[in-house]
Design a protein around this ligand. Structure first.
Ligand code: F6P
Length: 258
């Protein structure tokens, strides 16, 4: 049973890698929309990857927010701290929704669980442009943002456009604009359509999509079949050296249409 299962998943990983054009794909069992145990499988897999891929001793890992990464962080333990001294840093400011899912909280949680360090970035993502410009000139803030841009690894997640529009407290007009332009997903404050074209970019600071090119290890973590569309389209605009770590729910739904 185990061997057949393992081979079945390995085949799927290879297929999905080809379909999405990513560098590597890891699939864990289950569909997070139906079974929350999936998140602990993701945690384990990501820890293994970090263990193998991060530079020995000191390493910086930047993280975005969201429920997926909050759950993944909850499942981390201190095995990584034996060979690595990891500093977790948020890649973005705060958005709407629960405090647990802010990138700040996710970075803090991951540091706590792994016995690592954490650098907070206490800034709301929704700011007037003139305020943002001013804050960005502050050397303390600049230094945190620089550390995230120069991270050894970025762990990010991708969301469905309608869910993220609500969480980002969009106006009715912005919401309608996304609908009219067929936005399917959001990552990094960028809403995109099925073709991977940018539909809306929120005024924001910190890491932007272009910065991802320079990050050596790019882990995109997504779970739940309802996110399949958002994931498939994301890889039309994401850097080619991305790795996808997902569940079977996402993988099956994407592969069904290919
Ligand atoms: O808000 C941060 C963020 O990483 C978004 O860029 C992404 O769309 C979302 O969170 C994913 O959230 P969730 O895991 O809750 O779907």
């Amino acid at each position: 049973f185990h061997w057949d299962e393992a081979r079945r998943l390995t085949d799927k990983e290879e297929q999905l890698k080809q379909v999405l054009g990513v560098e590597r794909c890891d699939i864990v069992h289950g569909d997070a929309d139906l079974d929350k145990a999936v998140y602990s499988y993701l945690s384990q897999r990501i820890q293994q990857i970090l263990q193998q891929q991060l530079p020995m001793n000191e390493a910086v890992v930047a993280v975005t927010g969201g429920t997926t990464l909050a759950q993944v962080g909850q499942g981390f333990d201190d095995t990584l701290s034996k060979d690595h001294q990891i500093t977790f840093v948020p890649a973005r400011g705060g958005v709407g929704g629960s405090y647990r899912i802010q990138s700040n909280s996710v970075a803090g949680l991951m540091a706590q669980q792994t016995n690592g360090q954490y650098i907070p970035l206490f800034l709301p993502e929704k700011l007037e442009e003139y305020t943002a410009d001013l804050l960005l000139k502050d050397p303390n803030i600049q230094s945190i943002i620089d550390q995230s841009k120069n991270a050894d690894c970025l762990i990010l997640s991708v969301g469905a456009a309608d869910v993220m529009a609500k969480r980002r407290l969009m106006t009715k007009a912005q919401y309608q604009y996304l609908k009219d332009n067929n936005a399917v997903g959001e990552a990094f404050g960028i809403f995109y359509n099925q073709q991977g074209e940018k539909v809306m970019r929120l005024p924001r600071y910190g890491m932007v999509l272009d910065d991802l090119e320079h990050i050596p290890l790019l882990l995109t973590v997504v779970a739940g079949s309802s996110k399949a569309h958002a994931v498939e389209s994301y890889f039309k605009l994401a850097p080619k050296h991305s790795w996808l770590i997902c569940d079977e729910g996402v993988a099956n739904r994407i592969l069904q249409t290919h």
